[in-house]
Design a binder for this molecule. Structure first.
Ligand SMILES: C[S@@+](CC[C@H](N)C(=O)[O-])C[C@H]1O[C@@H](n2cnc3c(N)ncnc32)[C@H](O)[C@@H]1O
Length: 355
């Protein structure tokens, strides 16, 4: 291609985008460092601080912290006052970066992303072989990062918005119902539901043994271990129980055989039971998802979800952004008579399926 065919404005746009992306990528481990060393927490509600004060509060070396603060200020996460040479974490940033109980907390995402660099060679092999890579094969930071990334969204929405959007389910849970949380991971969703509905019993299932152990610890720590039980089982072999509700949170697309899972869930539900399907928000066509959230999900789907599904029997590989139409087909193929969108958030689609 000759130089005259290059549009300088388009080239500048490519370079601008790439520079933004380089800044984000190189800052990713700095978010993890800030998280692990408690730097954001040291700054929360503290007003303007010198780099020495931030370092003292976190118990780390000032010279490294000063450089870290300047990276954070360059991105606008921290405000810098040149006159006083101080740095401040504004309250909005503190909600996202320092308060693990806030629905906006997002540092888990960076822990999850860090795990992918550790697994790069293995993921690359999966591209070559086409055989996928099991969820259980990933660096352990994926499991904890996923829990910490998803929990704030569940905490903000599950009990307040999603369950009330289902037909008659909130009333049943308040009176006393039996619930299965399939593909429960570390049990964040199970524990939140058990805390909110003390008359109901909850059973979390996941094929990944280490996640089930962690879920049991989380339930005990939250004081709901008596009503939130966890067992290793797949979505196709968890024990039947006449469940009033089965829920799957951000995992149907990770399964090799989501149609088989749908059929088994259909069998295990009570006749008037409800299946709640929480999936990443997505439009039905790839181009509907070419936006900042879709970009994140396609990244996760390429490196985590699609290989996870390919690693299992059938290997349907729905991808993290299958969209409502395709999800509805899969759910109905398993035997469900009706599927509707109960509600949505910018990150999640919440579907309700009835037998
Ligand atoms: C993205 S994580 C979501 C975990 C949890 N539901 C949450 O929202 O935090 C996907 C989970 O699905 C589980 N999983 C994948 N395939 C499964 C299968 N066939 N049966 C049961 N669990 C499965 C994985 O072990 C993993 O814990």
């Amino acid at each position: 291609m000759s130089a005259t065919e290059i549009d300088p404005q388009k080239l500048e746009a490519v370079m601008g985008q790439a520079v933004l992306d380089m800044g984000a990528a190189i800052s990713a481990p700095l978010f993890v460092i800030g998280d692990r060393l408690g730097l954001y927490k040291a700054m929360a509600d503290a007003g303007p601080l010198s780099s020495t004060e931030v370092a003292e509060r976190a118990g780390v070396a000032e010279r490294s912290v000063r450089e870290w603060l300047r990276n954070q200020a360059a991105a606008g996460y921290v405000n810098y006052d040149p006159g006083a040479d101080t740095y401040e974490l504004p309250p909005e940033q503190a909600l996202a970066l320092a308060d693990e109980e806030s629905p906006y907390y997002l540092l888990g995402a960076f822990e999850l992303i860090a795990s992918l660099y550790a697994d790069e060679d293995r993921i690359l092999d999966a591209f070559r072989s086409g055989e996928g890579m099991g969820w259980h094969e990933h660096d352990h930071r994926l499991f904890r990062g996923t829990e910490r990334f998803f929990r704030p969204g569940y905490k903000g929405n599950l009990v307040a918005e999603w369950i009330p959007a289902l037909d008659g389910v909130e009333e049943k849970l308040a009176e006393g119902a039996k619930v299965a949380d399939v593909g429960c991971g570390h049990g964040a969703s199970t524990v939140l539901m058990a805390e909110a509905f003390p008359a109901s019993e909850f059973h979390g299932f996941d094929y990944h043994g280490a996640s089930i152990e962690r879920a049991r610890e989380a339930a005990d720590a939250a004081g709901v271990g008596g009503r939130a039980k966890f067992d290793v089982a797949t979505a196709k072999d968890f024990p039947a129980g006449g469940y009033d509700m089965v829920a799957v949170f951000d995992c149907l697309h990770d399964m090799g055989d989501p149609v088989g899972a749908s059929a088994h869930i259909h069998e295990t539900l009570a006749d008037d039971g409800t299946w709640m399907i929480v999936e990443p928000f997505a439009g039905d066509h790839p181009e509907d998802n070419f936006n900042p959230v879709g970009r994140i999900f396609y990244g996760a789907s390429t490196m985590i979800c699609t290989p996870a599904s390919l690693d299992q029997e059938v290997g349907l590989a729905l991808g993290a952004q299958a969209g409502e139409e395709r999800l509805t087909e899969v759910i109905k193929e398993g035997g469900f008579a009706s599927v509707r969108r109960a509600t949505e958030t910018p990150f999640n689609l919440i579907l309700e399926a009835k037998p």
